[in-house]
Write a protein that binds this ligand. Structure first.
Ligand code: PLP
Length: 290
């Protein structure tokens, strides 16, 4: 039995019947957007922030959402309710819809909404206790002036190529530089590092997704009285950091223990642990659950 629970335009379907036309521009051109919400105690975590980003992605591609916010929230909730037990990983994909075989999308009238749920990923305990292994990818992050990484689109080939490098090196994630050689983000997570007591993360203008977790971590740092700089950082600054961690919806705060090829080792440091613990409280705060 498949671990996936699937809905198309609000109707639950078996995986074998979950079909979308080959003329959907989401399939043809990666012309789609998506969001992943997780549950905490069976409730949607930070769904308001994910909805906001969904709107931003949609508007950046001139494909304004065709349903109400409540409708999308209900899809996430239905997917979770349909799953038997445990916490859920809830993905909603919105495609441009079916149209002529042409890059011109003006005749794609009806967006398709695909929901896919599965059990929330469990990353190895080892990665939290001693830090995960990452690589610095050779492949560069798309420029903001190209397919802007701020758009959470179905066009993730750049990240697919970077993750291939990570997996070839036995690493869990790949950190990408932009064409200027500055740190941006990893394939499905944002990057933070600590140097001399200051927490640092690449600024959005470097070309990266504004992670929901990243946003919470910036707030957590403020609440803890830590200095946190959003800036422009080179590969060498990252390699010379005291602590490094990555953040994302399924990973929370995951310390980095090793950067491959360069063979740089880190041990999860006191600030990473402090921030991870404070983020745990954010996750379990009922005001962030819907
Ligand atoms: C490219 C990229 N960066 C960062 C993130 C982390 O974002 P969030 O914290 O909203 O999960 C993701 C999430 O999948 C991502 O795809």
């Amino acid at each position: 039995m498949s671990d996936y629970t699937i809905s198309i335009n609000g109707q639950f379907v078996e995986e074998r019947d979950a079909n979308i036309s080959v003329l959907d521009h989401g399939f043809l051109f990666g012309d789609s957007i998506y969001e992943v919400v997780r549950t905490v105690n069976g409730k949607l975590f930070a769904a308001d922030r994910h909805l906001k980003r969904l709107h931003n992605s949609a508007n950046s591609l001139e494909m304004p959402l065709q349903q109400s916010d409540e409708w999308y929230l209900d899809r996430w909730r239905d997917l979770h309710a349909k799953r038997a037990s445990g916490e859920s990983y809830l993905r909603i994909i919105i495609t441009r819809g079916v149209g002529p075989l042409s890059l011109d999308y003006t005749q794609c009238e009806k967006q398709n909404v695909i929901g896919i749920a599965k059990p929330l990923n469990k990353w190895p305990d080892e990665d939290y206790a001693h830090g995960c292994k990452v690589v610095l990818a050779e492949v560069r992050r798309n420029a903001k002036q190209a397919t802007d990484p701020a758009i959470k689109s179905g066009n993730y080939l750049n990240n697919v190529l970077a993750l291939k490098e990570a997996r070839a090196a036995g690493a869990t994630e790949a950190i990408m530089l932009n064409v200027q050689g500055h740190i941006t983000e990893a394939t499905t997570s944002n990057v933070f590092f600590v140097k001399d007591g200051v927490v640092k993360t690449p600024a959005l203008k470097e070309g990266l997704l504004e992670g929901v977790t990243r946003g919470f971590i910036l707030q957590v740092c403020k609440d803890l009285g830590l200095t946190c700089e959003e800036g422009v950082f080179t590969r060498d600054e990252l390699l010379n950091a005291d602590e490094v961690f990555i953040t994302g919806t399924t990973r929370d705060v995951m310390p980095v223990g090793y950067i491959g090829r360069e063979k740089i080792k880190f041990t999860p440091g006191s600030l990473t642990i402090k921030i991870a613990n404070a983020y745990h409280d954010v996750l379990h705060d009922p005001k962030n659950q819907m």
